[in-house]
Design a protein around this ligand. Structure first.
Ligand code: DOR
Length: 440
């Protein structure tokens, strides 16, 4: 990283650490932000200058929940293609989930992923360790990891943990962050039987309904309160969960929402069929509204994409054989910035939800803000041009997006990772590599 030449970004609209957007220049050296000031003077020696006139400089997005499929499921995505998609979407760091092959449930599997990412990832990376009923020592000791992932429902095999004694032990032992996919297995299984034979993917939202999410979120909260254990509730999808957290949210609990749970609802099945199928499923327009309000009010702390690519061939099967999940890292920032330009929120809020708060929530030092001393993980976006999302422009290996045909603004022109320009005037620089993240 220190071999890259220093960078001087001129004339950007910079999101300052006090949330103001102001014209400024930014000097970057040895991967760090050194100065943020109007009209910085010329520097000595070799450096690169980027003229950012008309562009807005934001802290790089930290996407705290993605599924990048490597090792083992590379036909859907791999760490190279996924991180290319990140660079195009302004995502400079990601936290990746353990449902790969092998499952990331041991130090050896974690080390394998870290080595693959060092070799292939254009942006910074961190990995969760997955809880099973049997790997308590790994959950305590594995390092470095952003936290423990528990699938309480919506999963098959060893990563599904819903036994009370097993959950209790995981919450009791150790102190690192636990992130839960909160959907209740028992309710889902009952409802699967009730709705068996229906092949319209819209039934997915009825099977894995609001109650299934609420039961599991309540359960995770109860365990977290019993042991005062750091808990993060992944991809909250219902108004009921948001209202629950509004009533009582211990200060060691955080929650996230995906862009798709804010801007899509069950009406999406009629438009895009099984491409709208994910876990937890899309819910109603009313849920969209309550989740937005909870995000605005700080009840929900941050945004994650849950980028979960599957091939078009897999998505073309008949429900329930269609896999759940949709890609997201390439569209999340433009989607949210388009919402900001439409007056739904501010650009500063988008940066707080997508950079500052995930850094804080996972204890990632020196990231998530534009200020001297912070890492130079940055994105220069164009808020003046609107562009239609088209499959042909996507870097994700799965080759599709639920947002195809949507006109969005705020696409990145430049993405910078540790002072290295990984997206340069819209062109990917595929030789650049990110670094392993550390967690406080
Ligand atoms: O829709 C989803 N797909 N939700 C998950 O939690 C897992 C993911 C996947 O890995 O495909």
């Amino acid at each position: 990283m220190s071999q890259t030449v220093p960078l001087l970004i001129r004339n950007a609209q910079v999101l300052m650490s006090d949330d103001r957007l102001a014209p400024a220049d930014v000097w970057i050296d040895e991967g760090r932000i050194v100065a943020v000031e109007a009209n910085l003077s010329q520097r000595e020696g070799e450096y690169r200058e980027i003229d950012a006139q008309g562009l807005t400089l934001l802290p790089g997005v930290i996407d705290p929940q993605v599924h990048f499929r490597e090792p083992g499921l590379e036909y859907k995505e791999d760490l190279f293609t996924a991180s290319c998609a990140c660079a195009k979407g302004g995502v400079t760091s990601y936290l990746e989930m353990p449902n790969t092959k092998p499952l990331t449930t041991t130090q050896a599997a974690l080390d394998q992923k870290l080595a693959l990412a060092a070799e292939k990832s254009l942006v910074n990376y961190g990995f969760f360790i997955g809880a099973t009923e049997e790997n308590l020592p790994d959950l305590r000791e594995a390092n470095p990891t952003c936290g423990i992932k528990i699938f309480m429902g919506s999963m098959k095999g060893p990563l599904l943990v819903d036994d009370e004694a097993a959950l209790d032990a995981i919450f009791r032992e150790g102190d690192r962050l636990i992130a839960v996919h909160a959907e209740d297995r028992t309710r889902i299984e009952q409802r699967r039987k009730q709705f068996a034979g229906i092949t319209d993917p819209a039934v997915h939202s009825q099977i894995q309904d609001n109650e299934a999410a609420l039961i599991a979120t309540k359960r995770a909260l109860r365990l977290s309160k019993t042991y005062r254990r750091r808990l993060h509730i992944l991809h909250m999808s219902t108004g009921e969960e948001a209202e629950l957290l509004r009533q009582e949210k211990p200060d060691w609990v955080t929650a996230e929402v995906t862009p798709q749970h804010l801007v899509l609802n069950t009406s999406a099945y009629a438009e895009i069929g099984s491409k709208a199928q994910m876990n937890p499923p899309l819910k109603s327009e009313r849920d969209n509204e309550i989740l937005w309000q909870a995000l605005q009010d700080g009840v929900i702390d941050f945004i994650a994409t849950d980028h979960a690519p599957h091939t078009l061939e897999e998505k073309a099967r008949t429900y329930p054989d269609t896999p759940s999940g949709m890609p997201g890292v390439e569209t999340s920032l433009p989607l949210m910035l388009t919402q900001a330009m439409a007056g739904r929120c501010t650009v500063a809020q988008v940066a707080r939800w997508m950079s500052t708060n995930p850094a804080k929530g996972y204890g990632i030092a020196n990231k998530g803000r534009i200020a001297p001393g912070y890492d130079a993980d940055l994105v220069l976006v164009d808020l003046q041009t609107y562009r239609t999302v088209e499959a042909k422009d996507l870097a994700t290996k799965c080759g599709w997006s639920p947002f195809e045909g949507w006109s969005l603004t705020g696409f990145p022109r430049f993405t910078i990772v540790g002072g290295q320009v990984v997206l340069d005037q819209g062109q990917l620089q595929t030789g650049i590599r990110g670094q392993a993240l550390s967690f406080g």
